[in-house]
Design a protein. Structure first.
Length: 130
């Protein structure tokens, strides 16, 4: 097993599974919100779509487990962490822009704060398997 492949073994499998679930959930939620209520909160719903793309990218990069995909996963997860912290703070500062919960609004409160913890775990796992 190469060092890069270590990301998809042991606890890495659980991490990939959770990322996959969030990729599906965020994609489905964003698609429904954009298709049915886009005029209600376009910023929030587009940010949900961005989160979905990042979750998909992180899932595939972690599962691929090559040296290049590890770098892609690291960048995606750092962007995810910055996004959840930034959007989480923004959603409290400007609540009228977030009438409905999104994946990253209120630091992922609607998802049990998993979106806030997940990138930290992802970065720790990438560091541990480096």
């Amino acid at each position: 097993m190469t060092d890069a492949a270590a990301t998809r073994h042991g606890p890495g499998r659980i991490l990939i599974l959770v990322y996959g679930v969030f990729a599906l959930a965020a994609t489905a939620r964003a698609a429904v919100q954009i298709a049915t209520q886009f005029d209600r909160a376009p910023i929030a719903y587009l940010l949900s779509a961005v989160a979905a793309v990042i979750y998909c990218l992180a899932t595939f990069a972690l599962a691929k487990a090559t040296n290049l995909s590890r770098r892609v996963a690291t960048v995606a997860i750092v962007v995810e962490l910055v996004g959840v912290v930034g959007i989480g703070a923004f959603s409290y500062a400007v609540p009228e822009d977030f009438p409905d919960a999104t994946v990253w609004s209120h630091f992922g409160q609607g998802y049990g704060f998993v979106p806030l913890v997940l990138p930290i775990l992802g970065l720790l796992w990438l560091r541990r398997t480096a």
